[in-house]
Design a protein around this ligand. Sequence first.
Ligand code: HEC
Ligand code: HEC
Length: 348
Amino acid sequence: MRKTGILFAAVAAAFLLSGGTARASDDLMERAKSLFKPIPKELKEVKGVRITPALIELGKALYFEPRLSRSGFISCNSCHNVGMGGADFQQTAVGHGWQKGPRNSPTVLNAVFNLAQFWDGRAPDLKEQAKGPIQASVEMNNTPAAAIKTLKSMPGYAKLFAKAYPGDADPMTFDNLAEAIEVFEATLLTPDSAFDKYLEGKGKALGAVEKSGLSKFISKGCAACHGGINMGGTGYYKFGVKERVAEGLMTGDKGRYKVTTSEDDEYTFKSPSLRNIALTPPYFHSGRVWSLEEAVSIMGSAQLGTMLDKDDVSDIVAFLHSTTGKQPKVEYPILPAPTDSTPEPKLD
Ligand code: HEC
Ligand code: HEC
């Protein structure tokens, strides 16, 4: 009788214990589900434009088209390499005539989910964004008219535009060009990361260290600015909310202030997406930090006023690695052949 009693108590205790841990991990999953969302496998439309195979084909050609630049040498993919996490592994972008631009190139992967584009959010969406680099003197250094003239010189492009815009009498416009690039970019998604599988209910998708990192990412306050589907791209914050960041990390760039000219926005930047972050060093708008550990540690003191210890940093970094998703498979496009009337590259 007593024996069974003890046995019963032991079994009950074991049951409670395992139930207790299961509940703690259920809680973590529930908290995570309320703060983040998995990346979808595909989108059907972007900004009300239906994503069709013909639009993707055109947008992809344009994305890889170096002849959209004055030098005929620089394409979107030069600085947003789809084989390198959608970025360029440079401190700041290298553009026309080897000029060094002022900011680090952010990734284009999943960028469709950001509230706006650029570090300072000056473009409301990917379509407006795409018009920028083609004209920026430190990037592709071209003009809309010259870009369209180049495309019109190649019959292959007339066909691609006509297929993508069957209703348009004159589809080869700068606006359509930008829209097609936007549509292609909306296919550059990275679903199925370990973290996404976890968010879909698979508890075992993350290991113990990654779960500890996730738990700290939430409890320390990172998720407040790096939440949502993209783990960022949701708002603008001062770089150095709690502690002025070391001068070495800043370049005098006033961030969103340039867009709004409101003093509150001085040194304010869009919180970048942390998805696939392990693939895209260096970090921050200045690109001055190469180690993810160091970037995480800086965030602790600059944004939260907390000194993260070594374990905190390595757990959070392990968690961040689990957000690396399936990279988009992009078959390199064969671009339309030039003709005698295709303008020659200008390297000046
Ligand atoms: C010379 C390098 C370079 C080229 C070429 C270039 N970009 Fe960028 N891209 C950058 C840099 C640098 C930024 C950030 C600039 C800023 O915030 O002021 C950026 C920002 C972006 C963003 C915003 C992402 C975000 O999260 O805010 C997108 C999207 C993008 N570029 C797409 C494109 C497309 C499409 C093209 C081709 C039409 C292109 N880029 C050409 C360097 C480049
Ligand atoms: C108050 C908002 C805020 C909080 C809290 C915050 N961040 Fe950030 N985070 C930002 C902003 C803004 C940037 C961009 C700063 C810049 O480059 O100007 C950034 C940049 C980063 C970067 C570099 C990303 C890149 O693409 O260059 C990493 C990594 C990062 N944060 C991780 C974290 C972690 C981990 C925590 C918690 C310890 C955290 N952040 C807390 C707002 C925040």
